[in-house]
Each structure stands twice: as structure tokens, then as C-alpha cells.
Design a protein around this ligand. Structure first.
Ligand SMILES: [Zn+2]
Length: 266
């Protein structure tokens, strides 16, 4: 077969220039588009989100199965095509970023997980057709509670788009529910939320539960308090916000001061 020839169209410029310093969820960066390709940026500002395809030039290319050990060394192995690991035969990186602005040949983005100097091989807009609300995915959990909570936080923010107190409550509720019931995005998990629209929206985003087909999500609007009830295969978990919580202190309060947690079922 003929070789494929790729020319980088630009490069990443950011403050992070070592792989080990990269933040999960990416960082603010700019992409310098090389002058011969600048014309290809025409009207790109009409998009809020972009797919960035980069070339992870430092990644190993000889591995076909690995364990996602950065998440948790105890996790089983997966084929690299079943993971988003940078180790792969062709180290093409795919990252969804938020477009901030374009200045000349510089594209300013948020959420890019490529270190400074990484060659960029393509940019594509993120379209509505790319959205799958409730995909089936491997359950690759972070090894620490902090990693699991941070992942919930990033997902809640991507869905709800404001870091309100109810988002914090939802992240804590979903993290507790995941500890008890395992993966929350599967069809077997049903959830009933009583509380504000913000709480309902965040928990729907985190559980990926739809109103029907299959019916997994029920929302009961209420001005006060907040409660989520999770059911999976006969296990039931009620998580109720304690009364009189100072909403500015949600982040610092431990679970037992923040919630009443009941497990039930048979
Ligand atoms: Zn909100």
C-alpha cells in the first residue's frame, strides 16, 4: 500500500510542555496555523466547539493492548482502539475543545490536552450530529475519589454550563450513587430527582437518563431541598440534602453533613 503523507497544518502553543504536567480535561492553549493554511480558518468563529486532531509525536506506537493505568493500575487491559490512550499505532490525538477566539493565524481554545509544540494535523467543527446523549461506554473509573469527583464535575459542567450550587450538589450525589451502584449511565439505572431545575438538569446530564425509551428519568420540581432516588436491579439509594445547608459551603462539607443517605431494597 502507498504511504500516507501528512503535513502538519500548525502547532500547539501552551504553558505545558511535558506530558506528565498535562491536566486531565486539558488546558487553555493557542494553535498557531501555518501561513499556507490560514485561509482554511475562514468563518471558523461560527462554531463554539472544535475537534482538534493532533499528532502525539512522543507516544509509543508498538502497543496494541494496555491497562488504563493512569486512571487505575488495577483496571483490566483493553485494546488501544477501545481506549483514548495516546499509545497507538498511529498516534492521532482527538480532542474536543471550546473555541474562544481567532486572531489572525492564532486559534485560542480551552480544554486542549496536547503539550506545547505538538503538531496539529486537522481541525473540524463539532456538529449537532456528533451529539449522542446516552452512549454505551466502558466503565473506566479513576482510582481516587477525587479523580471520580473531578470527572463528574467536568461532565456536569459540560452539560449544565454553569457552576451553580445545585451543580455541586448533583456532582456529590452522583459520586455517592456511583460508589453504591457502579456505572450510572447504563439502562438498568433509574433516577427520580426532586428539587430545582438546575439539580434535575445536572443529574440528568450525569446519569444520561432519558424520559423514555427506556424511561429512566423522573423529575419533580420543588423549590426547597433536593433529593435523588437511584434504583438498580433491586437496590435503592435515597440521597437527600440536609435542611438548612449553607449553599456557599457545599464544596467543603463532608457527605454525612451534606446528605441523608438511605440504602434500601431487597
Ligand atoms: Zn444551575
Amino acid at each position: 500500500m502507498k504511504d500516507i503523507v501528512l503535513q502538519p497544518v500548525g502547532r500547539v502553543i501552551s504553558e505545558i510542555d511535558a506530558i506528565d504536567d498535562m491536566i486531565r480535561g486539558g488546558t487553555a492553549a493557542k494553535i498557531e496555523i501555518y501561513p499556507p493554511y490560514q485561509e482554511a480558518l475562514y468563518r471558523i468563529e461560527e462554531n463554539s466547539h472544535l475537534w482538534i486532531l493532533a499528532w502525539f509525536h512522543q507516544a509509543p506506537r508498538d502497543k496494541l493492548r494496555i491497562s488504563p493505568h493512569r486512571m487505575d493500575p488495577q483496571l483490566p487491559q483493553y485494546g488501544v482502539f477501545a481506549l483514548r490512550t495516546f499509545a497507538r499505532p498511529n498516534p492521532v490525538a482527538l480532542t474536543l475543545v471550546t473555541l474562544e477566539r481567532v486572531e489572525g493565524n492564532l486559534v485560542y481554545v480551552q480544554g486542549l490536552d496536547a503539550i506545547s509544540g505538538t503538531p496539529v494535523i486537522d481541525i473540524k467543527p463539532y456538529f449537532e450530529n456528533d451529539i449522542v446523549f446516552s452512549p454505551r461506554t466502558s466503565f473506566i473509573r479513576g482510582k481516587t475519589l477525587e479523580m471520580r469527583q473531578n470527572r463528574m464535575y467536568r461532565q456536569a459542567l459540560a452539560h449544565h454550563r454553569e457552576d451553580c450550587p445545585d451543580l455541586q450538589v448533583a456532582v456529590r450525589m452522583a459520586t455517592i450513587a456511583e460508589e453504591h451502584l457502579g456505572q450510572l449511565t447504563v439502562d438498568a439505572v433509574m433516577i427520580t430527582v426532586t428539587g430545582s431545575r438546575c439539580l434535575g438538569d445536572c443529574l440528568q446530564g450525569l446519569s444520561r437518563a432519558r424520559l423514555s425509551n427506556p424511561p429512566r428519568f423522573t423529575f419533580i420540581g420543588a423549590d426547597n431541598g433536593g433529593e435523588s432516588c437511584w434504583e438498580k436491579e433491586g437496590s435503592v439509594l435515597h440521597i437527600r440534602l440536609q435542611e438548612g445547608i449553607n449553599r456557599d459551603r457545599i464544596r467543603e462539607l463532608p457527605d454525612r453533613e451534606l446528605f441523608n443517605i438511605d440504602t434500601g431494597g431487597n
